[in-house]
Design a protein around this ligand. Structure first.
Ligand code: FMN
Length: 224
């Protein structure tokens, strides 16, 4: 899928440890033809060992410099070992929801619904517009309403603005109506409002990265 950001920090750590050990044992030269670097080994291992959990992250903002999207990008980088987080980037390409087309969805809608259904859980970060969730995000959720496989889908919520309480309440109302399973202990609010953020800056700021890491661990423990 386009726009995939997967957690790779854990894999890189494993691969560098492996390379260090083989080097220490004097096996590095023997294996040099096979594994040019820990990065190559990292790619090979990730191809062979599927992640234990696949999460789909959905941002409710289409803004290029969205704080909510940056937060989800950081979550992908901070994901626990064995957890892959895919950030969905097709929100703006979804057509307006129309019940007449629910049984014959466009390829964009079909891909979105399939990704949500296949995911072990959803990580949602959504801004507040006019004291509610943005129309584009509600539109995406409407496409999921008819799915018989959506009920009981585990969901965690990241709120990037402490003042966005109405949107959070609205989001919870919609998701509970859809019979999603919101994992309350994994839902957190961070203050990213009004400042430019990107995923790397969030990862490097321990006041933000630690709560994200902890919330993801709580979520993964709850749904495993
Ligand atoms: C059209 C519009 C309406 C908004 N309405 C609200 C609002 O009702 N309450 C609020 O707290 N913030 C409101 N905001 C501010 C956004 O929620 C805030 O800028 C948020 O950080 C945007 O998220 P993003 O950075 O992920 O795009 C509004 C912003 C826009 C563009």
């Amino acid at each position: 899928m386009k726009g995939v950001i997967e957690s790779s920090l854990g894999w890189r750590r494993i691969c560098y440890q492996y390379a260090f050990r083989t080097c220490a044992k004097g096996q590095r030269s023997a294996g040099a033809g096979k594994f040019q670097s820990p990065d190559v080994l990292c790619i090979i291992l990730r191809m062979q060992i599927p992640p234990a959990l696949n999460l789909l992250a959905i941002s409710g903002s289409l803004r290029a410099n969205s704080t909510n999207t940056a937060l989800l990008g950081a979550a992908a980088l901070l994901a626990p070992e064995g957890v892959a987080i895919t950030v969905f980037e097709g929100l703006g390409a979804l057509p307006h929801f129309n019940p007449d087309h629910a049984d014959t969805p466009s390829p964009e809608v079909a891909a979105f619904v399939q990704a949500a259904v296949d995911a072990d859980g959803l990580v949602i970060a959504c801004p507040e517009y006019a004291r509610n969730i943005p129309g584009t995000f509600k539109n995406a959720l409407d496409w999921l309403v008819g799915s018989t496989q959506f009920p009981d889908k585990p969901v965690m919520l990241f709120n990037a603005s402490p003042r966005a309480s109405d949107a959070q309440a609205a989001l919870r109302l919609v998701l509970s109506t859809m019979s999603a399973r919101i994992v309350d202990d994994a839902c957190i609010t961070l203050d990213l409002l009004g400042r430019p953020w990107n995923a790397a800056a969030i990862v490097l700021d321990s006041r933000l990265a630690e709560p994200v890491r902890k919330a993801l661990a709580t979520f993964c423990n709850a749904i495993q």
